[in-house]
Design a protein around this ligand. Structure first.
Ligand code: CO
Length: 426
Protein backbone atom coordinates (compact mmCIF):
# COMPACT_ATOMS: atom_id res chain seq x y z
CA UNK A 1 0.00 0.00 0.00
CA UNK A 2 1.22 3.51 -0.82
CA UNK A 3 2.57 5.24 2.30
CA UNK A 4 2.16 9.01 2.07
CA UNK A 5 4.77 11.32 3.59
CA UNK A 6 3.14 12.60 6.77
CA UNK A 7 5.99 14.87 7.94
CA UNK A 8 4.22 18.13 7.13
CA UNK A 9 0.82 16.86 8.31
CA UNK A 10 2.21 15.66 11.62
CA UNK A 11 3.84 19.05 12.20
CA UNK A 12 0.50 20.78 11.53
CA UNK A 13 -1.80 18.76 13.80
CA UNK A 14 -0.47 20.01 17.16
CA UNK A 15 -0.53 23.59 15.90
CA UNK A 16 -4.24 23.36 15.04
CA UNK A 17 -4.90 21.85 18.47
CA UNK A 18 -2.91 24.60 20.19
CA UNK A 19 -4.92 27.34 18.47
CA UNK A 20 -8.63 27.33 19.39
CA UNK A 21 -8.91 31.12 18.85
CA UNK A 22 -7.14 33.77 16.71
CA UNK A 23 -5.28 34.93 19.85
CA UNK A 24 -4.02 31.43 20.53
CA UNK A 25 -3.07 31.04 16.86
CA UNK A 26 -0.86 34.12 17.16
CA UNK A 27 0.76 32.67 20.30
CA UNK A 28 1.39 29.38 18.44
CA UNK A 29 3.09 31.34 15.65
CA UNK A 30 5.10 33.45 18.11
CA UNK A 31 6.47 30.32 19.81
CA UNK A 32 7.70 29.01 16.46
CA UNK A 33 9.13 32.37 15.33
CA UNK A 34 10.91 32.93 18.65
CA UNK A 35 12.49 29.48 18.47
CA UNK A 36 13.79 30.46 15.00
CA UNK A 37 15.44 33.63 16.34
CA UNK A 38 12.75 36.19 15.49
CA UNK A 39 12.48 39.11 17.92
CA UNK A 40 9.25 40.75 19.10
CA UNK A 41 9.32 44.48 18.24
CA UNK A 42 5.71 45.18 19.24
CA UNK A 43 6.91 47.38 22.10
CA UNK A 44 10.45 48.25 20.97
CA UNK A 45 12.27 49.72 18.00
CA UNK A 46 12.70 47.65 14.85
CA UNK A 47 16.21 47.47 13.42
CA UNK A 48 17.92 46.20 10.28
CA UNK A 49 19.10 43.66 9.43
CA UNK A 50 17.06 41.28 11.53
CA UNK A 51 14.33 38.71 12.00
CA UNK A 52 11.45 40.51 13.64
CA UNK A 53 7.71 40.47 14.24
CA UNK A 54 5.00 42.48 15.93
CA UNK A 55 1.58 41.31 17.01
CA UNK A 56 -1.71 42.69 18.28
CA UNK A 57 -4.55 40.40 19.34
CA UNK A 58 -5.28 38.10 16.41
CA UNK A 59 -2.84 39.81 14.00
CA UNK A 60 0.89 39.33 13.45
CA UNK A 61 3.40 40.64 10.89
CA UNK A 62 6.86 39.03 10.64
CA UNK A 63 9.81 39.63 8.30
CA UNK A 64 13.50 38.98 7.81
CA UNK A 65 15.90 41.61 6.45
CA UNK A 66 19.44 40.69 5.37
CA UNK A 67 22.53 42.96 5.23
CA UNK A 68 22.26 43.61 1.48
CA UNK A 69 18.55 44.50 1.45
CA UNK A 70 18.02 48.11 0.35
CA UNK A 71 15.12 50.48 0.98
CA UNK A 72 14.05 49.99 -2.64
CA UNK A 73 13.88 46.21 -2.26
CA UNK A 74 10.56 44.59 -3.10
CA UNK A 75 8.71 42.39 -0.64
CA UNK A 76 7.55 38.82 -1.03
CA UNK A 77 4.60 38.59 1.30
CA UNK A 78 2.31 35.72 2.24
CA UNK A 79 -0.94 36.96 3.77
CA UNK A 80 -3.49 34.79 5.58
CA UNK A 81 -6.14 35.02 8.28
CA UNK A 82 -6.15 33.71 11.84
CA UNK A 83 -9.92 33.74 12.41
CA UNK A 84 -12.43 31.02 11.58
CA UNK A 85 -16.23 31.05 11.74
CA UNK A 86 -17.41 30.02 15.22
CA UNK A 87 -19.68 30.85 18.15
CA UNK A 88 -18.86 33.69 20.55
CA UNK A 89 -20.15 34.30 24.07
CA UNK A 90 -22.42 37.35 24.39
CA UNK A 91 -21.66 40.19 26.87
CA UNK A 92 -24.65 39.21 29.07
CA UNK A 93 -24.44 35.47 28.42
CA UNK A 94 -26.74 34.24 31.20
CA UNK A 95 -29.90 32.76 29.81
CA UNK A 96 -32.15 29.91 30.85
CA UNK A 97 -34.96 27.77 29.55
CA UNK A 98 -37.02 24.96 31.08
CA UNK A 99 -34.66 24.36 33.99
CA UNK A 100 -31.41 24.64 32.00
CA UNK A 101 -28.73 27.28 32.37
CA UNK A 102 -27.42 28.24 28.94
CA UNK A 103 -24.87 30.68 27.52
CA UNK A 104 -26.01 33.12 24.86
CA UNK A 105 -23.78 33.10 21.77
CA UNK A 106 -23.39 35.20 18.67
CA UNK A 107 -22.59 33.49 15.40
CA UNK A 108 -19.26 34.79 14.03
CA UNK A 109 -18.89 34.64 10.24
CA UNK A 110 -20.42 32.09 7.90
CA UNK A 111 -20.74 29.11 10.25
CA UNK A 112 -22.07 25.76 8.99
CA UNK A 113 -24.36 25.64 12.02
CA UNK A 114 -25.20 21.93 11.82
CA UNK A 115 -21.52 21.03 12.22
CA UNK A 116 -21.50 22.45 15.78
CA UNK A 117 -24.27 20.19 17.05
CA UNK A 118 -23.57 17.27 19.42
CA UNK A 119 -19.89 18.15 19.82
CA UNK A 120 -17.92 18.24 23.06
CA UNK A 121 -17.11 21.93 23.31
CA UNK A 122 -14.36 23.53 25.37
CA UNK A 123 -14.06 27.28 25.83
CA UNK A 124 -11.14 29.60 25.06
CA UNK A 125 -10.37 33.22 24.36
CA UNK A 126 -9.09 36.29 26.08
CA UNK A 127 -10.32 38.31 29.01
CA UNK A 128 -9.40 41.72 30.31
CA UNK A 129 -8.96 41.79 34.08
CA UNK A 130 -8.65 44.70 36.48
CA UNK A 131 -5.13 45.11 37.94
CA UNK A 132 -3.73 47.53 40.54
CA UNK A 133 -2.44 49.78 37.71
CA UNK A 134 -5.33 49.46 35.25
CA UNK A 135 -6.17 46.38 33.19
CA UNK A 136 -4.39 43.41 31.67
CA UNK A 137 -5.31 41.03 28.85
CA UNK A 138 -5.14 37.33 29.69
CA UNK A 139 -5.59 34.34 27.41
CA UNK A 140 -7.56 31.42 28.78
CA UNK A 141 -8.41 27.95 27.63
CA UNK A 142 -10.58 25.26 29.21
CA UNK A 143 -10.15 21.83 27.60
CA UNK A 144 -12.96 20.23 29.54
CA UNK A 145 -16.15 19.41 27.58
CA UNK A 146 -18.27 22.05 29.33
CA UNK A 147 -20.66 23.19 26.59
CA UNK A 148 -22.94 21.32 24.22
CA UNK A 149 -25.56 22.16 21.59
CA UNK A 150 -27.71 19.02 21.25
CA UNK A 151 -29.74 18.53 18.12
CA UNK A 152 -33.45 17.94 18.20
CA UNK A 153 -34.47 14.27 18.16
CA UNK A 154 -35.70 13.14 14.77
CA UNK A 155 -39.06 12.09 16.26
CA UNK A 156 -39.90 15.65 17.25
CA UNK A 157 -39.87 17.33 13.87
CA UNK A 158 -41.46 15.91 10.73
CA UNK A 159 -39.38 18.26 8.58
CA UNK A 160 -36.05 16.77 9.62
CA UNK A 161 -36.51 13.58 7.60
CA UNK A 162 -37.72 15.43 4.54
CA UNK A 163 -35.54 18.53 4.31
CA UNK A 164 -33.07 18.47 7.22
CA UNK A 165 -33.01 20.53 10.37
CA UNK A 166 -33.43 24.28 9.80
CA UNK A 167 -31.38 26.11 12.37
CA UNK A 168 -32.04 29.63 13.62
CA UNK A 169 -28.87 31.41 14.83
CA UNK A 170 -30.58 33.04 17.82
CA UNK A 171 -32.79 30.18 19.02
CA UNK A 172 -31.13 26.90 18.10
CA UNK A 173 -27.40 27.39 18.72
CA UNK A 174 -27.53 28.25 22.44
CA UNK A 175 -25.17 25.86 24.29
CA UNK A 176 -26.28 24.10 27.45
CA UNK A 177 -24.19 25.25 30.39
CA UNK A 178 -25.70 23.09 33.15
CA UNK A 179 -28.52 22.71 35.65
CA UNK A 180 -29.96 25.81 37.34
CA UNK A 181 -28.90 25.09 40.90
CA UNK A 182 -25.30 23.99 40.55
CA UNK A 183 -24.02 26.08 37.61
CA UNK A 184 -22.12 29.33 38.29
CA UNK A 185 -22.72 32.49 36.31
CA UNK A 186 -20.26 33.03 33.47
CA UNK A 187 -18.25 35.80 35.15
CA UNK A 188 -17.70 33.68 38.23
CA UNK A 189 -16.66 30.74 36.05
CA UNK A 190 -14.21 32.92 34.11
CA UNK A 191 -12.76 34.47 37.26
CA UNK A 192 -12.15 30.98 38.57
CA UNK A 193 -10.47 29.93 35.31
CA UNK A 194 -8.25 33.05 35.45
CA UNK A 195 -7.63 32.75 39.18
CA UNK A 196 -8.94 36.26 39.92
CA UNK A 197 -11.96 37.66 41.77
CA UNK A 198 -15.22 37.93 39.80
CA UNK A 199 -15.25 41.75 40.10
CA UNK A 200 -11.82 41.84 38.42
CA UNK A 201 -13.24 40.37 35.18
CA UNK A 202 -13.99 43.38 32.97
CA UNK A 203 -14.68 41.85 29.54
CA UNK A 204 -14.01 38.90 27.27
CA UNK A 205 -13.74 37.58 23.72
CA UNK A 206 -14.72 33.98 24.50
CA UNK A 207 -15.45 31.19 22.05
CA UNK A 208 -16.51 27.56 22.32
CA UNK A 209 -14.31 25.15 20.33
CA UNK A 210 -14.56 21.48 19.35
CA UNK A 211 -12.28 19.37 21.53
CA UNK A 212 -11.77 16.64 18.91
CA UNK A 213 -8.03 16.66 18.13
CA UNK A 214 -6.83 17.21 14.57
CA UNK A 215 -6.06 13.90 12.87
CA UNK A 216 -4.72 12.23 9.75
CA UNK A 217 -7.67 10.26 8.36
CA UNK A 218 -8.57 8.04 5.41
CA UNK A 219 -7.81 4.43 4.55
CA UNK A 220 -4.51 5.48 2.97
CA UNK A 221 -3.81 8.28 5.46
CA UNK A 222 -4.47 10.77 2.68
CA UNK A 223 -6.38 13.47 4.53
CA UNK A 224 -6.24 15.85 7.48
CA UNK A 225 -9.43 16.44 9.48
CA UNK A 226 -9.39 19.42 11.84
CA UNK A 227 -11.15 22.54 12.97
CA UNK A 228 -9.91 25.84 11.49
CA UNK A 229 -8.09 24.46 8.41
CA UNK A 230 -9.55 27.66 6.88
CA UNK A 231 -7.30 29.44 7.47
CA UNK A 232 -4.83 28.46 10.16
CA UNK A 233 -3.38 26.01 7.63
CA UNK A 234 -2.17 28.91 5.46
CA UNK A 235 -0.90 30.79 8.54
CA UNK A 236 1.27 27.91 9.72
CA UNK A 237 2.62 27.19 6.21
CA UNK A 238 3.47 30.88 5.80
CA UNK A 239 5.49 30.76 9.03
CA UNK A 240 7.34 27.64 7.87
CA UNK A 241 8.13 29.32 4.54
CA UNK A 242 9.31 32.55 6.20
CA UNK A 243 11.63 30.76 8.61
CA UNK A 244 13.20 28.86 5.72
CA UNK A 245 13.47 31.98 3.55
CA UNK A 246 15.21 33.85 6.38
CA UNK A 247 18.07 31.36 6.11
CA UNK A 248 18.33 31.88 2.36
CA UNK A 249 17.98 35.62 1.71
CA UNK A 250 17.27 36.71 -1.86
CA UNK A 251 17.09 40.27 -3.17
CA UNK A 252 13.50 40.73 -1.90
CA UNK A 253 12.42 40.92 1.73
CA UNK A 254 10.29 37.96 2.89
CA UNK A 255 7.30 38.85 5.09
CA UNK A 256 4.10 37.31 6.38
CA UNK A 257 0.90 39.11 7.38
CA UNK A 258 -1.60 37.18 9.49
CA UNK A 259 -4.88 39.04 10.02
CA UNK A 260 -7.98 38.71 12.15
CA UNK A 261 -11.61 39.27 11.07
CA UNK A 262 -11.38 38.04 7.46
CA UNK A 263 -14.52 35.98 7.97
CA UNK A 264 -16.51 39.14 8.72
CA UNK A 265 -15.03 41.37 6.03
CA UNK A 266 -11.56 42.36 7.35
CA UNK A 267 -12.64 45.84 8.49
CA UNK A 268 -11.06 46.20 11.94
CA UNK A 269 -7.85 47.43 13.56
CA UNK A 270 -6.34 43.94 13.23
CA UNK A 271 -7.97 43.04 9.90
CA UNK A 272 -6.50 43.16 6.40
CA UNK A 273 -8.34 46.42 5.69
CA UNK A 274 -6.08 48.15 8.23
CA UNK A 275 -2.76 49.42 6.81
CA UNK A 276 -0.68 46.99 8.86
CA UNK A 277 1.52 45.70 6.04
CA UNK A 278 2.09 49.18 4.55
CA UNK A 279 2.95 50.73 7.90
CA UNK A 280 5.34 47.87 8.72
CA UNK A 281 7.03 48.27 5.34
CA UNK A 282 7.30 52.04 5.92
CA UNK A 283 8.90 51.28 9.29
CA UNK A 284 11.49 48.99 7.67
CA UNK A 285 12.14 51.42 4.82
CA UNK A 286 12.84 54.21 7.28
CA UNK A 287 15.32 51.94 9.08
CA UNK A 288 16.98 51.36 5.71
CA UNK A 289 17.20 55.13 5.09
CA UNK A 290 14.63 55.05 2.29
CA UNK A 291 12.95 57.91 0.42
CA UNK A 292 9.49 58.16 -1.16
CA UNK A 293 11.23 57.24 -4.41
CA UNK A 294 12.60 54.04 -2.83
CA UNK A 295 9.10 53.23 -1.57
CA UNK A 296 7.69 53.56 -5.10
CA UNK A 297 10.41 51.24 -6.51
CA UNK A 298 9.74 48.77 -3.73
CA UNK A 299 5.98 48.76 -4.35
CA UNK A 300 6.50 48.00 -8.05
CA UNK A 301 8.65 45.01 -7.10
CA UNK A 302 6.34 43.58 -4.41
CA UNK A 303 4.17 40.47 -4.67
CA UNK A 304 1.60 39.24 -2.16
CA UNK A 305 0.35 35.68 -2.06
CA UNK A 306 -3.06 35.85 -0.41
CA UNK A 307 -3.18 32.32 1.00
CA UNK A 308 -6.57 30.90 1.92
CA UNK A 309 -8.52 27.68 1.57
CA UNK A 310 -9.79 26.66 -1.88
CA UNK A 311 -12.90 24.58 -2.60
CA UNK A 312 -12.19 21.04 -3.74
CA UNK A 313 -14.89 19.53 -5.95
CA UNK A 314 -17.39 17.74 -3.69
CA UNK A 315 -18.29 14.32 -5.09
CA UNK A 316 -21.88 14.52 -3.80
CA UNK A 317 -22.44 18.03 -5.14
CA UNK A 318 -20.43 18.01 -8.37
CA UNK A 319 -23.03 20.30 -9.98
CA UNK A 320 -22.06 23.08 -7.55
CA UNK A 321 -18.64 23.29 -9.17
CA UNK A 322 -17.39 24.61 -12.49
CA UNK A 323 -17.17 21.40 -14.59
CA UNK A 324 -14.00 22.43 -16.44
CA UNK A 325 -12.17 23.47 -13.27
CA UNK A 326 -12.48 20.43 -11.03
CA UNK A 327 -10.25 20.60 -7.96
CA UNK A 328 -8.92 17.52 -6.18
CA UNK A 329 -7.30 16.96 -2.80
CA UNK A 330 -3.59 16.06 -2.99
CA UNK A 331 -3.30 17.40 -6.54
CA UNK A 332 -1.44 20.57 -5.58
CA UNK A 333 -2.16 24.10 -4.40
CA UNK A 334 -4.95 25.97 -6.17
CA UNK A 335 -4.65 29.31 -7.98
CA UNK A 336 -7.96 31.14 -7.54
CA UNK A 337 -9.30 33.40 -10.29
CA UNK A 338 -12.41 35.59 -10.35
CA UNK A 339 -12.99 38.12 -13.12
CA UNK A 340 -15.04 40.25 -10.70
CA UNK A 341 -12.04 40.60 -8.36
CA UNK A 342 -13.38 38.56 -5.47
CA UNK A 343 -9.89 37.09 -5.85
CA UNK A 344 -7.00 39.41 -6.69
CA UNK A 345 -5.25 37.14 -9.23
CA UNK A 346 -4.64 38.47 -12.75
CA UNK A 347 -2.60 37.11 -15.67
CA UNK A 348 0.60 38.73 -14.40
CA UNK A 349 0.35 37.34 -10.86
CA UNK A 350 -1.01 33.98 -12.13
CA UNK A 351 2.18 33.60 -14.16
CA UNK A 352 4.30 34.40 -11.09
CA UNK A 353 2.49 31.66 -9.18
CA UNK A 354 2.93 29.14 -12.00
CA UNK A 355 6.67 29.87 -12.11
CA UNK A 356 6.93 29.47 -8.32
CA UNK A 357 5.14 26.10 -8.56
CA UNK A 358 7.56 25.03 -11.30
CA UNK A 359 10.55 26.10 -9.21
CA UNK A 360 9.16 24.16 -6.22
CA UNK A 361 8.42 21.06 -8.31
CA UNK A 362 4.80 21.36 -7.18
CA UNK A 363 1.68 20.44 -9.13
CA UNK A 364 -0.97 23.15 -9.27
CA UNK A 365 -4.67 23.53 -10.03
CA UNK A 366 -6.80 26.44 -11.26
CA UNK A 367 -10.13 27.36 -9.68
CA UNK A 368 -12.98 29.54 -10.82
CA UNK A 369 -16.42 29.40 -9.27
CA UNK A 370 -19.48 28.62 -11.37
CA UNK A 371 -20.24 31.96 -12.98
CA UNK A 372 -23.90 31.77 -11.85
CA UNK A 373 -22.92 31.30 -8.18
CA UNK A 374 -21.67 33.93 -5.75
CA UNK A 375 -17.91 33.68 -5.24
CA UNK A 376 -16.26 33.76 -1.80
CA UNK A 377 -13.47 36.22 -1.13
CA UNK A 378 -10.23 36.60 0.83
CA UNK A 379 -7.87 39.26 2.13
CA UNK A 380 -6.47 39.46 -1.44
CA UNK A 381 -8.63 42.20 -3.00
CA UNK A 382 -8.49 44.42 0.12
CA UNK A 383 -4.71 44.03 0.29
CA UNK A 384 -4.32 44.89 -3.40
CA UNK A 385 -6.51 47.97 -3.06
CA UNK A 386 -4.86 49.17 0.14
CA UNK A 387 -1.23 48.67 -0.92
CA UNK A 388 -1.38 49.12 -4.69
CA UNK A 389 0.80 46.06 -5.22
CA UNK A 390 0.51 42.80 -7.19
CA UNK A 391 -1.54 40.17 -5.38
CA UNK A 392 -2.58 36.63 -6.22
CA UNK A 393 -4.98 34.31 -4.45
CA UNK A 394 -4.04 30.69 -3.86
CA UNK A 395 -4.59 28.00 -1.27
CA UNK A 396 -4.78 24.34 -0.39
CA UNK A 397 -7.89 22.55 -1.62
CA UNK A 398 -10.33 21.49 1.08
CA UNK A 399 -13.82 20.16 1.66
CA UNK A 400 -16.42 21.29 4.21
CA UNK A 401 -15.12 24.88 4.38
CA UNK A 402 -16.55 26.65 7.49
CA UNK A 403 -17.54 23.38 9.16
CA UNK A 404 -16.48 22.85 12.77
CA UNK A 405 -14.37 20.05 11.27
CA UNK A 406 -12.91 20.57 7.82
CA UNK A 407 -10.86 18.30 5.60
CA UNK A 408 -7.83 18.72 3.35
CA UNK A 409 -5.13 16.51 1.81
CA UNK A 410 -1.85 15.52 3.49
CA UNK A 411 0.26 16.28 0.40
CA UNK A 412 -0.96 19.77 -0.57
CA UNK A 413 0.32 21.65 2.52
CA UNK A 414 3.95 20.59 1.88
CA UNK A 415 3.66 21.60 -1.76
CA UNK A 416 2.10 24.96 -0.88
CA UNK A 417 4.80 25.75 1.72
CA UNK A 418 7.47 24.95 -0.89
CA UNK A 419 5.77 27.27 -3.41
CA UNK A 420 5.60 30.06 -0.79
CA UNK A 421 9.28 29.50 -0.08
CA UNK A 422 10.23 29.71 -3.77
CA UNK A 423 8.19 32.90 -4.14
CA UNK A 424 9.91 34.42 -1.09
CA UNK A 425 13.47 33.75 -2.27
CA UNK A 426 12.83 34.58 -5.96
CO1 CO B 1 -10.67 31.65 4.69
Amino acid sequence: MHQPDLTVANALLPRFDASPTPYHAVQTVIAQLTAAGFVDVSESAASVPGRQFWHDGGALIAWATAPDHTAAAGYRIVGAHTDSPNLRIKPNPETQSTGWKQLGVEVYGGVLLNSWLDRDLGLAGRAVVRTPDGAATRLFRDDRPILRVPQLAIHLDDDIRATGLKLNQQRHMVPIWGGLAETPDFRTYLADALDVDADQVLSWDAMPFDLTPAAVVGLNQEFIASARIDNQLSCFLAVDALIQAADQPGSRIPMIGLFDHEEVGSVSATGAAAPLLSSTIARIQEQLGGSAEDAARSRRDTLVISADGAHATHPNYADRHEPDHQIHLNAGPVLKVNANQRYATDAITAAAFELACEAAGSPMQRFVTRTDLRCGSTIGPATAALMGVAVLDAGCPQLAMHSAREMCGVADPGHFAAVMHEAMIA
